[in-house]
Design a protein around this ligand. Structure first.
Ligand SMILES: [Mg+2]
Length: 311
């Protein structure tokens, strides 16, 4: 083991790869069903799913960069992570990157410093898009044994592209949800649900619209139809963290023990389908394990081009 890496490095990596499987299957499934989100359930019920490969999008590309960064350094080194994001983008740009991130990664590829590109995004406000939340679950999985690091490391991961405090809040909240899902995986369902709400509503999630939205989400009864919950909370049509993260957390908690149902319910909220499903999948997988992800779905997702030693 390299100097500086934690003694439980391999366990952290295993958890992050589990979350990445949940995230990438969710991303690919959500993307494939995005044009018929509200009828996804009937497509699945009549056996109408394509046999694959199901192509993943930018959510998975960026999450893979994070897992590779953590596997290499045991922590997020921002310069190195920016380079990994840019290299993945350059190698495979047609993965549905949002315009703001695409512009940043193009500049970084030409030698710009991420500190400048991230700060300059959206006329100098920084991005509050959902793009750092969409990739955050594996990071929460990695640091699930050290919650003090979840917030600081998720912040480091976010600021490379999403420096606005709402972008950071989205990333932190999703990492905390993933960490809590892993930590409470052996607890009774209600106890685990409460543990996740407590984690994301703790003082670790920066205050603002995203946190306010998560507070609202906790008040939405699980009996509400996802379509109605999405109308109330937003489901990513605006592709911002406040418009995406509260609904995604509500969906993950609502179906914490059932990956298949979690994704179908998430799609009933429509919106940013690949990202919503990536977030939900990355969290729920940590509770249900790899065996909880439908085998056919895992097989249908295209093979992940992780570095060979991580495959
Ligand atoms: Mg995407």
């Amino acid at each position: 083991m390299k100097a500086g890496l934690s003694t439980d490095h391999s366990e952290r990596l295993e958890r992050a790869l589990l979350s990445l499987d949940g995230l990438s299957v969710g991303d690919a499934f959500g993307q494939m069903m995005s044009t018929c989100a509200r009828s996804a359930r009937s497509v699945v019920q009549r056996g109408g799913l394509s046999s694959g490969p199901w192509w993943h999008t930018d959510d998975t590309q960026m999450a893979m960069a994070i897992v590779e960064e953590l596997a290499a350094h045991g922590a997020i080194a921002t310069d190195s992570l920016a380079k990994r994001f840019a290299e993945r983008f350059q190698a495979d740009p047609g993965r549905g990157y949002g315009k703001g991130v695409r512009m940043q990664l193009e500049e970084i590829s030409r030698g710009a410093d991420w500190r400048q590109t991230s700060a300059a995004a959206f006329s100098g406000r920084g991005s509050k898009g959902n793009g750092s939340a969409m990739r955050a679950a594996p990071l929460g999985a990695w640091f699930a044994d050290d919650l003090t690091k979840v917030t600081s490391q998720s912040t480091q991961s976010s600021i490379v592209t999403h420096m606005h405090h709402e972008g950071i809040a989205g990333s932190v909240a999703i990492s905390l949800a993933a960490a809590a899902a892993w930590r409470s995986r052996s607890s009774a369902l209600d106890e685990a649900r409460n543990a996740i709400w407590d984690a994301v509503l703790s003082s670790n999630t920066p205050p603002g619209e995203t946190l306010d939205g998560i507070r609202k989400a906790k008040l939405v009864p699980p009996s509400m139809e996802p379509e109605n919950a999405a109308r109330f909370l937003g489901s990513g049509f605006l592709v911002t963290a406040p418009d995406t993260v509260p609904f995604a957390i509500w969906c993950a908690i609502r179906h914490l023990d059932n990956y298949h149902e979690a994704l179908l319910s998430t799609l009933e909220g429509d919106g940013d389908c690949d990202t919503n499903c990536a977030i939900v999948g990355g969290i729920v997988a940590l509770r249900v394990g790899r065996e909880g992800i439908p085998t056919e779905w895992l097989k249908s997702r295209e093979r992940l081009d992780l570095q060979p030693h991580l495959q």
